[in-house]
Design a protein around this ligand. Structure first.
Ligand SMILES: Nc1ncnc2c1ncn2[C@@H]1O[C@H](COP(=O)(O)OP(=O)(O)O)[C@@H](O)[C@H]1O
Ligand SMILES: [Mg+2]
Length: 342
């Protein structure tokens, strides 16, 4: 278990800056997830922690020790990649044992560590197989096993589930979470999938264009996003944003909009259908998606903006129906012109 600290990290490739001053403290044993759109700098930041890229400016500390000059193999970190990166000509056992053999660990200990990791990951039966004789999910376990045997201070995962099909992704996600509880190691995990982030993280770091937009627990980011980017990134379907600055655009009844508000946000799951006169918005159903328990209702408002409501799947709703909407005012998020929460 280990602390990790990033101080004012900048990174440029050539003269193109991609990370613009990142500060982050990860506590020992914490599971921290970096989430953000493709290209925002997640992998670069992870590779800087691993020692696979050099920071242009700033310091990286592991256990209070500056490691900028320490090579990857000696940082005590182990990284698991999306591509698995297994050696194709080596058995599962040899893949897992490889880094230990390189480090001249004695044979008995190698045997013990590989067997233990294999048992945690339930791949004991495959130790003599080659990677090509395994399914994608099994290969990813071997890649995780290869990290476990090294007994690293910090595990780094870069989108480890992206190559798996949907069902296996859910299953492996749960296993990684259990693994964290069992090993109690510090883990930094990169994903562009906000559901993975929400379900795995102690804390989530939302990254956008090489800066941190917000750091918080999953529930803090969901209930208290600091800006429009985080508000829209966390939650699915994403938060509805309505322009309220110009009254000619949209008339919301029975709602007192804060002064200086340029936009309001309301999550689809917080919109209710109203049969009474105290509704706030009205519109027409344009499209319906039946999720079983819930119905995603796409509604076009009087000013032609569209909004999505996730409502209980009761009653008989059809495209073209007029519909009145309501919500609890405490569920509204207010944003100013700069898209900061107010
Ligand atoms: N080796 C490299 N050389 C030049 N540009 C790079 C290199 N690696 C990444 N980049 C650029 O840095 C930005 C961040 O990339 P990356 O960290 O891979 O994003 P993410 O993992 O969030 O999708 C992107 O614009 C990418 O094109
Ligand atoms: Mg990446």
């Amino acid at each position: 278990m280990s602390d990790l600290s990033l101080k004012k990290i900048h990174k440029s490739f050539g003269n193109v800056p991609v990370i613009h001053g990142v500060d982050l403290e990860v506590k020992s044993g914490e599971f921290v997830v970096f989430v953000g759109p493709s290209g925002c700098g997640k992998s670069t930041l992870l590779r800087i922690i691993a020692g696979l890229e050099e920071a242009t400016k700033g310091t990286i500390e592991i256990d209070k020790e500056i490691v900028n000059e320490v090579i990857a193999a000696e940082r005590g970190v182990a990284m698991v990649f999306q591509s698995y990166a297994l050696y194709p000509h080596m058995t599962v056992f040899d893949n897992m044992a490889f880094s230990l053999k390189n480090a001249k660990v004695n044979e008995n200990e190698i045997n013990e560590r590989v067997k233990e990791a294999a048992s945690i990951l339930q791949i004991d039966d495959y130790l003599e197989r080659l990677p090509k004789q395994l399914s994608g999910g099994q290969r990813q376990r071997v890649a995780i096993g290869r990290a476990i045997v090294r007994n690293p201070k910090i595990f780094l995962f870069d989108e480890p589930l992206s190559n798996l099909d949907a069902a296996l992704r859910v299953q492996t996600r749960i296993e990684i979470s259990k693994l964290h509880k069992q090993l109690k190691s510090t883990m930094v995990y990169v994903t562009h999938d906000q559901i993975e982030a929400m379900t795995l993280a102690d804390r989530i770091v939302v990254i956008n264009n090489g800066i941190i937009e917000q750091i918080g627990t999953p529930i803090e980011l969901y209930s208290d996003p600091q800006n429009k980017f985080v508000a829209e990134f966390i939650g699915s379907p994403k938060m509805n944003i309505l322009e309220v600055e110009n009254n000619n655009k949209l008339i919301i009844k029975n709602e007192e909009i804060k002064p200086n508000t340029s936009k309001i946000g309301i999550r689809p799951e917080h919109i209710l259908i109203s049969n009474e006169d105290n509704f706030k918005l009205s519109g027409k159903i344009r499209h319906l998606e039946n999720l079983g328990e819930h119905l995603l209702t796409y509604i076009s408002l009087e000013n032609n903006e569209e909004i999505i409501a996730k409502v209980d799947n009761v009653g008989d709703r059809k495209i073209g129906d007029k519909i009145n909407l309501f919500w609890d005012s405490s569920k509204i998020h207010y944003f100013n012109k700069e898209n900061k929460r107010i």
